[in-house]
Design a protein around this ligand. Structure first.
Ligand SMILES: [Zn+2]
Length: 409
């Protein structure tokens, strides 16, 4: 399939290309040019000056945990374990257990997609996500090795940090783990522990790092390991988050992640807003909007070792696109102020998955079958059967559940 976007503001690594034409062929970006091409092409979409970004990447989520409300009766916690115990003994968790993993995976996928996210790092043992990889409308980045956390009370994900890091090196994968998610002695020593296990290096992707001190930050930077920041989840659960300014200043590659809705943000656009307002409140200065843009595009692509194909608008890369409207003139400010109502079109691998109902003809031409729905008081079209999903959730629970991350009206 070949098609073209015209009259867009394309946000590329070399800057914003105004009045851009983007040609898509075989699921990849064939060209990005200024001005219109004159050759004939069957499908051409005029975006009327909207911003086009690479599809956003959510660097940390747990799709199986796509449920609400948040749980945290005994907040703030000293580490993740008592929170996890409270979660698993909660009424909300028991209610969630009435849903099938498939329903939760679709809910989590739609949550991400409607906020402009095309790729998600779903941190979980692989057998859990495997049945859904080819079926959900977002890309689940499933090439990684993992641990749950670096402490003696970690859940038993993976073969252990040493083996999982070896596997990451052997197969050129990211090695993803929560770390220092709390303030007990083990959390405070976690970077040294990781180092002694031979699992801190260029393949390492560290999530949370609440207890990181200056020495830890230096070690992580020196090892060229990557960091994922989930401020909303941290602030909700622990009342604190990582020393993010020092982490950024050390040159560590930082990405943003939502974590699951049980503790984190409703979606990545909300996480961006939370990150920015936390930074302003904490340090009295602005976190550069261009840095934030990188934290949801090129930085996670690098950390998760997919930057050959994803994370930027460049010729030859996979055509994952997120189209936003805004009253801002600066593309990065536009992204940072976006909400669900700003998302006008989301394309994964050259195929539209979500967008304005006004684009229905485009969906039809590309052979995508979906449903008309209302989100943020706007008529939208969403691939798959989102209304059937909502009905099946209602049937399973016995009542209509309001899930704010998927506000279908
Ligand atoms: Zn997590």
């Amino acid at each position: 399939m070949e098609w073209e976007i015209i009259n867009a503001n394309a946000v590329t690594p070399s800057g914003v290309v105004q009045d851009a034409s983007i040609r898509i062929k075989g699921g990849r970006i064939q060209s990005i040019r200024k001005g219109k091409s004159t050759d004939s092409i069957p499908i051409r979409i005029n975006l009327g000056g909207l911003f086009v970004y690479p599809g956003l990447i959510n660097a940390h989520d747990h799709l199986l945990g796509s449920y609400l409300p948040k749980v945290g009766t005994n907040r703030p916690y000293t580490n993740w374990l008592p929170w996890d115990n409270d979660l698993k003994s909660s009424v909300i968790f028991a209610e969630r257990q009435q849903l099938e993993p498939e329903q939760l995976y679709f809910l989590g996928s739609y949550k991400n997609l409607i906020s402009g996210v095309t790729s998600v790092l779903d941190h979980v043992p692989h057998f859990v996500q495997e049945p859904f990889l080819d079926r959900v409308p977002v890309r689940i980045l499933n090439r990684y090795s993992l641990s749950h956390s670096i402490c003696s009370y970690s859940l038993g994900w993976g073969e252990g940090p040493t083996q999982e890091y070896e596997k990451a090196k052997r197969e050129n994968l990211p090695y993803v783990t929560h770390i220092a998610e709390g303030f007990d002695e083990e959390s405070e020593n976690a970077v040294r522990t990781l180092q002694s296990l031979g699992a801190l290096g260029e393949h390492t992707v560290l999530v949370h790092g609440l207890a990181f001190d200056e020495e830890d930050i230096r070690s992580v930077a020196k090892a060229k390991a990557h960091f994922v920041w989930c401020p909303e989840s941290n602030l909700f659960t622990f009342g604190k988050t990582a020393e993010i300014r020092a982490i950024l200043e050390s040159g560590i590659n930082v990405s943003l992640g939502t974590d699951s809705p049980f503790s984190g943000s409703l979606n990545l656009l909300q996480e961006i807003k939370n990150a920015r307002s936390f930074f302003r409140d904490e340090y009295g200065e602005d976190l550069d909007p261009k840095t934030i843009f990188q934290m949801v595009t090129s930085h996670p692509a690098k950390a998760l070792r997919v930057s050959e194909n994803l994370g930027s608008l460049e010729e030859g890369k996979i055509a994952d696109l997120t189209v936003l409207s805004s009253d801002k003139t600066d593309a990065y400010e536009a992204l940072c102020s976006a909400d669900l109502g700003s998302v006008r079109l989301v394309v994964k691998e050259g195929v539209p998955q979500y967008g304005d109902l006004a684009l229905k003809e485009f969906f039809d031409e590309t052979g995508v079958i979906g449903r008309e729905i209302r989100i943020s008081e706007t008529d939208k079209y969403l691939a798959g059967d989102p209304l059937g999903l909502v009905e099946s959730v209602t049937r399973a629970l016995g009542y209509k559940k309001d899930l704010a991350f998927f506000p279908v009206g």
